[in-house]
Design a protein around this ligand. Structure first.
Ligand code: FAS
Ligand code: PHB
Length: 389
């Protein structure tokens, strides 16, 4: 088989790139290790930056987002039984949109079907050949049948556990990692959200987050110890712990119900440099991971896709390779700012096992400064709504 761009990974990064390339007449094949149902069964991110909204509009995939997404002009932060608001729109002129990653992925698959794009599911043994040559290839198997794609470029959109990053030689690749001493236990419940806006809570028992997908579907998280298992938490135990971590009036207003999804995500910061090797380009979680505190994971995958989409269009449509040559540097410049914000926001809101009394005082002082200082709130708001591409 031949194509212009072989895309490994049928998550949001791979699908968004495929659809954006399609609208510019550039052909791609998407290879996805799991089934479509499995990919669409994942519950992940919930907050979209305007940059991602604009990309989905450019891809012709934003109709349902505009119809069902919820525009949020700010967020709430709770600490020591006090709640204060960060007004994104007043401070930056930009809101965010609450619309689940699952729905983004569903919309992108629908667009791929409509475009009759080639997507192979449940592929195995994906291997990239000759990424450092002018004629890369990707071999794989599906249903036990060996196949091979000849292409011009390979986009590694296969997430943290994919094969693309490891195709870059160890002598070239540099990895930076920080593993946090806690995870997030998240549940989805068919209950009305406790608040119209998200609540990020720093409590003496640990972090909690009140989020949502729509007025009838709530998403909640609590910080948990590393190695804990979701199956060890009953719904009742989760709701009790969540209540203990929220301000009293919020806890009293909480509507609980059976969880329809319950999972634990480990928290880490991770970056791979470079994000390009020859004709292989890494996008999204294949190249970087952030703790979900700042809602930057999906949104940073989007900015990678933005840079790569324009680079490949310049190559094919204008015969210019400046964007390709600058891709890794441009993407990493924004990735590291997202890493910093996610690391800072996680440090502000979580309780760390080795925190001293002084550390706790510093955390409280930082939260009080944020509550009372407009410049501090503006800095948070500009990062949260999304730094410019
Ligand atoms: P993805 O991991 O979404 O997609 C990669 C795709 O590649 C997957 O479908 C995978 O099956 C496929 N793949 C892997 N190896 C392959 C191979 N060898 N061949 C072919 N295909 C292969 N971000 C937030 O902003 N907020 C959150 O609350 C949040 N929660 C998260 C919870 C969890 C458990 C995880 C893992 C991530 C979470 N994230 C969150 C981050 C997440 O949203 C990612 O940033 C986002 O999925 C990035 O999209 P992709 O880069 O497409 O990677
Ligand atoms: C979510 O709704 O899943 C969500 C929202 C904001 C975050 C992380 C997760 O920072």
């Amino acid at each position: 088989m031949k194509t212009q761009v072989a895309i490994i990974g049928g998550g949001p990064a791979g699908l968004l790139l495929a659809q954006l390339l399609h609208v510019r007449g550039i052909d791609s094949i998407v290879l996805e290790r799991r089934s479509r149902a499995h990919v669409l069964g994942r519950i992940r991110a919930g907050v979209l930056e305007q940059g991602l909204v604009r990309l989905l509009e450019a891809a012709g995939c934003a109709d349902r987002l505009h119809a069902e997404g919820h525009v949020h002009h700010g967020t709430l932060i709770a600490h020591a039984d006090r709640v204060f608001r960060i007004d994104f729109s007043a401070l930056t002129g930009s809101p965010v949109v609450v619309y689940g990653q699952t729905e983004v992925t569903r919309d992108l698959y629908a667009a791929r079907d409509a475009a009759r794009g080639r997507t192979e599911f449940e592929v195995e043994a994906v291997t990239i050949h000759g990424a450092d040559t002018d004629a890369p290839q990707v071999s794989y198997a599906v249903g036990g049948e060996a196949r091979r794609i000849e292409c011009d470029f390979v986009a590694g959109c296969d997430g943290f556990h994919g094969v693309s990053r490891r195709t870059i030689p160890d002598t070239v690749r540099r990895e930076f990692e920080k593993v946090y001493p806690f995870g997030w236990l998240g549940i989805l419940s068919e209950t009305p959200p406790v608040s119209e806006e998200l609540i990020y809570a720093n409590s003496e028992r640990g972090f909690a987050l009140c989020s949502m997908r729509n007025p009838r579907l709530s998403r909640y998280y609590i910080q948990c110890a590393p190695g804990e298992r979701a199956e060890d938490w009953s719904d009742a135990a989760f709701w009790d712990e969540l209540r203990r971590r929220l301000p009293a009036d919020t806890a009293a207003a909480l509507v609980t119900g059976p969880s329809i999804e319950k999972s634990i995500a480990p928290l880490r910061s991770f970056v791979c440099e470079p994000m390009r090797w020859g004709r292989l380009f890494l996008c999204g979680d294949a190249a970087h991971i952030v703790p979900p505190t700042g809602a930057k994971g999906l949104n940073t995958a989007a900015s990678d896709v933005h840079y790569l989409w324009h680079a490949l269009c310049d190559h094919y449509l204008n015969g210019c390779d400046d964007g390709i040559d600058r891709y890794s540097g441009r993407a990493l410049a924004r990735v590291w700012k997202a890493e910093r914000f996610s690391w800072w926001f996680s440090g502000l809101l979580h309780r760390f096992p080795d925190q001293s009394a002084f550390d706790l005082k510093m955390q409280a002082a930082e939260l009080e400064f944020l509550r009372t200082n407009t410049a501090a709130q503006q800095a948070l708001a500009e990062n949260y709504v999304g730094l410019p591409y």
